[in-house]
Design a binder for this molecule. Structure first.
Ligand code: PLP
Length: 360
């Protein structure tokens, strides 16, 4: 039986994609082997790699002056790759800290560049996105780094901030392809695949081409954008199987109408859940409304004991991995692209039952 998996990552994959992968597993497209066993220098794999790129370009409307890379190391590796590749002119970088991952990006950046926290929402436990303006940033900063959707705290930018011309770098791990994103407003967009685009093991990097040529001498070869661009992400053995599944997810997303179609579904799913939470005096979501995430919905019941019971009973009802992150507590429903609307309906129904059973 398939369960509804509310995990923050790896997240669910669309069932038709899993079925496709299952069908391809033993014999991919008449090759007599699986993609896992295939040379990354073979024609069939080169096509998979090229398809993944062209589908992503089409779905995200990525301009021609941007390169698209499929690399390893997770989004976390980009916390180091970004400063080593583009933090090389003034050696200064400004970070907006809106949660756990943006804080980690800042800490890692500090190893390589003069990193500064330009703004933060720590004062209210990351329940909002700070108001940003170009005046907050150092004029000679090499880049400004933001995290568009904060997976743990359940916040999201409601607009792309103005930096006054400083290259803007975006960790889009938990929101990529969930809504349109105007790529040309960014210098770099990166995302681990395992939340919205595929299995763990592959990371998408979209980088404006002119920024790929200024890496530090000390930047390891695997992190060098220019080297990965030159080799079409095939400098060494790439995560072939993960990239293949990503390509299948992208094909599927295109089939169902692309990013604007999935955005509508995502907005409907999130609205249902937030509306129910807001209508109840049993559950609570503490995020400032305009910054509420479309993808990650944290909420609490009246007590920690009830939170624990909720997580346990939800799992027994096929609603799994809904425990909140330890930094926030309570519950968190991650409702990524592949979470069917029926999963959200089932969650709300369970929440109603639980509320009736435990309301004081
Ligand atoms: C999950 C996540 C990460 C970490 O991703 P890895 O691929 O595990 O390194 C970084 N940033 C955000 C916003 C995330 O949601």
């Amino acid at each position: 039986m398939r369960v509804y998996n509310f995990s923050a990552g790896p997240g669910m994959l669309p069932k038709p994609v899993l079925e496709r992968v299952q069908k391809d597993l033993i014999d991919y497209d008449g090759t007599g082997m699986s993609v896992m066993e295939m040379s990354h220098r073979s024609k069939p794999y080169e096509k998979i790699n090229a398809d993944a790129e062209s589908l992503l370009r089409e779905l995200m409307d990525i301009p021609d002056n941007y390169d698209v890379l499929f690399v390893q190391g997770g989004a976390t590796n980009q916390f180091s790759a970004v400063p080593l590749n583009i933090g090389t002119t003034s050696g200064k970088a400004d970070y907006v800290v809106t949660g756990n991952f943006s804080g980690k990006a800042y800490e890692e950046g500090s190893r390589f560049v003069d990193a500064k926290v330009a703004a933060s929402s720590k004062d209210k436990n990351f329940t909002y996105i700070p108001e940003l303006s170009p005046a907050l940033f150092r004029k000679d900063a090499d880049y400004v780094h933001i995290c568009y959707n904060n997976t743990i705290f359940g916040t999201r930018y409601d607009k792309i901030p103005e930096t006054g011309g400083i290259p803007l770098v975006c960790d889009a791990s938990s929101m990529i392809l969930s809504q349109p994103l105007d790529v040309k407003k960014f210098a770099i967009v990166y995302a681990g695949a395992q939340k919205n685009v595929g299995p763990a093991g592959v990371t998408i990097v979209i980088v404006r081409h002119d920024l790929t040529e200024r890496a530090s001498e000390r930047c390891p070869v695997m992190l060098r954008y220019a080297e990965q661009v030159k080799n079409k992400s095939l400098y060494n053995t790439p995560p072939c199987f993960s990239t293949y599944v990503v390509a299948e997810v992208l094909k599927y997303l295109k089939e169902i109408g692309g990013v604007s179609a999935i955005q509508k579904i995502n907005e409907r799913k999130a609205k249902k859940l937030y509306d129910y939470i807001d209508s109840s005096d049993f559950y609570k979501n503490g995020v400032e409304k305009r910054y509420r995430s479309l993808m990650n919905v944290p909420f609490v019941s009246p007590s920690e004991e009830l939170d624990g019971l909720f997580v346990k009973e939800a799992a027994a009802n096929g609603l799994v991995s809904i425990k909140g992150h330890r930094l926030v507590g309570g519950m968190r429903a991650s409702i990524y692209n592949a979470m069917p609307e029926e999963g959200v309906d089932a969650l709300i129904e369970f929440m109603q039952k639980f509320e009736r059973a435990h309301k004081a």
